[in-house]
Design a protein around this ligand. Structure first.
Ligand code: HEM
Ligand code: HEM
Length: 233
């Protein structure tokens, strides 16, 4: 039988054959239970930290530490976990990432069974900015913690020495968590995470349309459509 190729399939790129042979309806396990618990736990903890900021400090701090703990777990799982949980499976260099982004603009990006290169870049950005948010929060919650890091006050002092007069060794300026530069950094980082989350969810929605599969659901069930020819598994 002669195959007639549709000239333009920009909306839904099925990579030539929507349902080749036996893979119609076939599912494969991609996200293991720990990756899924990590993901939705992170969503819940981040949302809680965000909603309780400046409202319910004890809950805010517990939620923030939960974020930090989940990230610590993910860093280990990214090394010792299963195939699609491993950083080496989905982290790519700048070259492949840029060419994937170019393909996205042209609506020609291939389907990845694991994280695609743009998603992987976003994961790195989220993990780093979330870690920075939790770390600055931890430093801020107890003035003595800043003093435990001898390098930081010395580097940071010139930048905000004129905010509240002297930055005293006694920690007077830090009473009530009042290190303003740190508070500013914490808030900027938290806002950066929020921006990245918006882009992340946008990317998930876009990829879901392009490849006609509900990726959010896949992060719940763990299963994705079996790879079609041309997909990257
Ligand atoms: C309701 C909103 C969200 C939805 C629907 C969603 C959906 C997803 C999906 C589908 C993936 C897998 C992407 C892929 O197919 O490659 C993913 C991965 C990820 N998302 Fe989200 N996400 C949401 C919110 C968030 C938030 C709020 C954060 C962080 C604060 C976040 C952090 C991550 C991380 C770190 C990964 C990598 C998962 C891993 O491999 O461990 N997501 N998300
Ligand atoms: C990683 C998740 C976190 C997020 C998204 C987050 C977000 C925020 C935001 C947006 C604010 C600004 C509130 C405002 O002034 O309007 C804030 C303030 C603050 N956060 Fe966090 N935070 C996180 C983790 C932590 C942790 C782990 C701690 C400490 C253990 C912490 C301690 C604080 C403190 C002390 C303030 C200042 C409250 C005040 O204005 O007096 N945060 N946080």
């Amino acid at each position: 039988m002669k195959m007639v190729k549709v000239a333009n399939m920009t909306d839904a790129t099925f990579h030539d054959e929507p349902h080749p042979g036996g893979s119609a309806g076939g599912k494969v396990r991609v996200w293991d239970p720990l990756v899924r618990i990590f993901h939705w736990g992170l969503v819940a903890a981040f949302a809680t930290a965000w909603l309780t900021a400046d409202e319910l400090q004890p809950v805010h701090e517990i939620a923030g530490y939960t974020v930090a703990g989940l990230i610590a777990f993910r860093l280990i799982w990214g090394v010792v976990g299963g195939r699609y949980a491993r950083f080496t499976q989905f982290l790519r260099g700048p070259g492949p990432t840029l060419s994937y982004l170019g393909d996205m603009l042209r609506g020609k990006e291939r389907r990845y069974l694991g994280h695609n290169p743009a998603g992987a870049l976003m994961i790195v950005a989220l993990l780093i900015s979330l870690s920075g948010t939790a770390f600055t929060g931890w430093l801020m919650a107890e003035p003595a913690r800043l003093a435990m890091l001898p390098e930081l006050p010395q580097i940071a002092t010139p930048a905000f020495a004129d905010e509240d007069g002297e930055y005293g060794e006694s920690g007077e300026g830090a009473e009530g968590g009042g290190n303003e530069a740190l508070e500013e950094a914490h808030e900027v980082l938290a806002n950066l995470v929020l921006l990245l989350v918006a882009l992340h969810v946008g990317g998930v929605v876009l990829a879901s349309f392009r490849h006609r599969e509900n990726l959010a659901r896949a992060m719940l069930t763990g299963d994705k459509r079996a790879p079609d020819p041309g997909d990257i598994a």
